[in-house]
Write a protein that binds this ligand. Structure first.
Ligand code: NAX
Ligand code: K
Length: 502
């Protein structure tokens, strides 16, 4: 699903009005009907306090207020004034004033800001038209809303929040919503951890924007829904043999860190690879042979770390990093590997990424479309610091473009950036997955998918989706708290099935 900028969304609104064609006021009515339907399926009729601004976000709010009043709700509306309204807001203001049972507070008349202690609040003060941090009366209303202990439903955006970059906006100048009803598309800002305090649960409401315009408009930002991940999943051939699904080489483990190699190996096998060879230090031999009997083991000359790599000819894809440590011999083996790799696809994680940040000259040797899977700290070591989430996203895109690689930045809404600078935000997963070994499992899954000749960016998108989905399946059945990396491996089968049946 595409994520557009606020500017693009306005253009889509405009083209819908022109090409459908539909009057702007009627498009607003359609959006307001979609929001009212959402509200009435979620809440029983009761008390609602509506805060409306003077632009089209306020127009939406006034239309929703009218529809709820007609539906039997007890409606109070609060506005700064009824002057300088946008044309659509003016029409909806007039329509609302015909309903005598709606209580209207105009702060310009000296009315106090209502302080309801029951029902729900609708926030339609500011939407995508915000052009400066909120101030004056609007800021007073935002702060009044935030002092209430009621559920707040924001129209399109929590008032005060911009669709993209919010680096100059203080938290106290944004409404803290319980739910945000995003019109047409999600906003980029919803996906940033720094906005978690204000966005609440967000929901995208469709209201019939112009299809062809949406299809033709390009954007670097996408959200991966089940149908997008499913489209990547290749069908399995009835006459396939194990060579069909590729031979993966996993280079993983060191003394005391063999668990990483076990988890990544298991995950790679569960992701459907044909054959797996795990290259590990000598001390890892028995561990791997007993815990992952399906994998072949290639033994390093070193007892305790990886210091070499096997002949690469048989392999379709290589995964390196989980638990390998940062010793000089291992760094040298990695540098050598990068000199010898030919057609193999590659995924690098954990200590392999730390080696890259210690030896940045190696970044130039990465084969095009190598997949790196850093968590934010690892990415910071690779690419430098950032001061806000928007800047972090820009840095991620720039880094992927500069080095011609696929970067998987892990976290809530794990973001996959391609060498072309396109970003895919994942929608599965839960906080229970921020635990030891979770990353090793992801590396194994992506390695398994790469071996099956799925293109690197697609393998990353699908792998991240399945990994999160396995976590969600477990958390729904058990709990987030008890989730361990092994649970992710165990539920990968169900994650595949759910995706196929979707
Ligand atoms: N084509 C349409 O009619 C549609 C518009 N939609 C709604 O329209 C909204 C955008 O409407 P607008 O572009 O009118 O913008 P807004 O309603 O977001 O706000 C614009 C008004 O607020 C003022 N303003 C900006 N920043 C301010 C600040 N910090 N403090 C105080 N006032 C400030 C502006 O000068 C302007 O008067 C969307 O968010 C959505 O809710 C939806 O109804 C969908 C269709
Ligand atoms: K709003």
């Amino acid at each position: 699903m595409k994520i557009f900028t606020t500017h693009q969304t306005k253009e889509i609104d405009r083209r819908t009005i022109e090409l459908e064609p539909i009057l702007s006021i009627n498009l607003m009515e359609r959006a307001s009907i979609a929001m009212t339907q959402w509200l009435t399926t979620r809440f029983a009729p009761g008390v609602v306090t509506v805060f409306a601004g003077n632009g089209n976000n306020g127009g939406d709010a006034l239309a929703v207020a009218r529809m709820l009043a007609i539906g039997g709700w007890e409606v109070t509306v609060c506005m700064a004034s009824h002057n300088n309204l946008s044309p659509e807001c003016q029409i909806n203001y007039t329509r609302l004033t015909h309903l005598t049972k709606v209580k209207l507070h105009l702060l310009a008349n000296g009315d106090a800001i209502p302080q309801p202690d029951e029902g729900i609040v609708i926030d339609g003060l500011l939407g995508s038209g915000i052009n400066r941090p909120a101030e004056g009366t609007v800021l007073d209303m935002i702060q009044a809303i935030n002092r209430l202990s009621l559920q707040v439903v924001s129209i399109d955006l929590p008032s005060g929040l911009r669709g993209e970059d919010n680096s100059d906006v203080p938290h106290h100048a944004i409404v803290s919503a319980t739910h945000t009803l995003s019109l047409g598309f999600p906003k980029l800002a919803f996906l940033f951890p720094e906005n978690d305090h204000c966005v609440g649960e967000w929901h995208v409401l469709e209201f019939g924007l112009h299809r062809t315009t949406i299809e033709a408009m390009t954007t670097p930002w996408h959200l991966t829904r089940a149908m997008d991940a499913k489209a990547i999943l290749p069908a399995r051939d009835k006459f396939a043999h194990k060579g069909h699904y590729g031979h993966a080489l996993l280079m993983s483990g060191s003394y005391g860190m063999m668990g990483a190699a076990v988890l990544a190996s298991k995950a790679c096998l569960k992701a459907g690879v044909g054959l797996l060879t795990t290259h590990a230090p000598r001390y890892g031999y028995e561990i791997l042979q007993t815990t992952v009997p399906e994998a072949m083991v290639s033994i390093d000359r070193s007892d305790i770390l990886i210091s070499e790599f096997p002949d690469l000819t048989p392999y379709d894809a290589i995964g390196i990093g989980p638990g390998i440590g940062l010793k000089t011999n291992t760094c040298e083996a990695l540098a050598q590997l990068l000199d010898h790799i030919t057609t193999q696809r590659m995924v690098m994680d954990a200590d392999a990424l730390n080696i890259l940040s210690q030896h940045p000259e190696l970044l130039d040797k990465l084969p095009r479309e190598t997949v790196l899977t850093p968590h934010p700290k690892e990415f910071q070591r690779l690419a430098g610091n950032w001061s806000n989430d928007y800047e972090r996203l820009e840095r991620l895109r720039a880094f992927a473009i500069k080095h011609g690689i696929v970067v998987v930045l892990k976290g809530a809404y794990t973001t996959i950036a391609t060498p072309e600078g396109t970003c895919y935000f994942n929608t599965t997963g839960n906080p229970g997955m921020a635990s030891a070994g979770s990353g090793d499992v992801l590396t194994g899954i992506i390695l398994g998918l790469l071996s099956q000749k799925i293109a690197p960016a697609q393998a990353a998108i699908l792998g991240v989706y399945l990994h999160g989905s396995a976590g969600d399946i477990y958390a729904n059945a058990e709990s987030e708290e008890s989730l361990t990396a092994n649970d992710l491996v165990r539920h990968l089968g169900q994650a595949f099935r759910e995706l196929k049946n979707n």
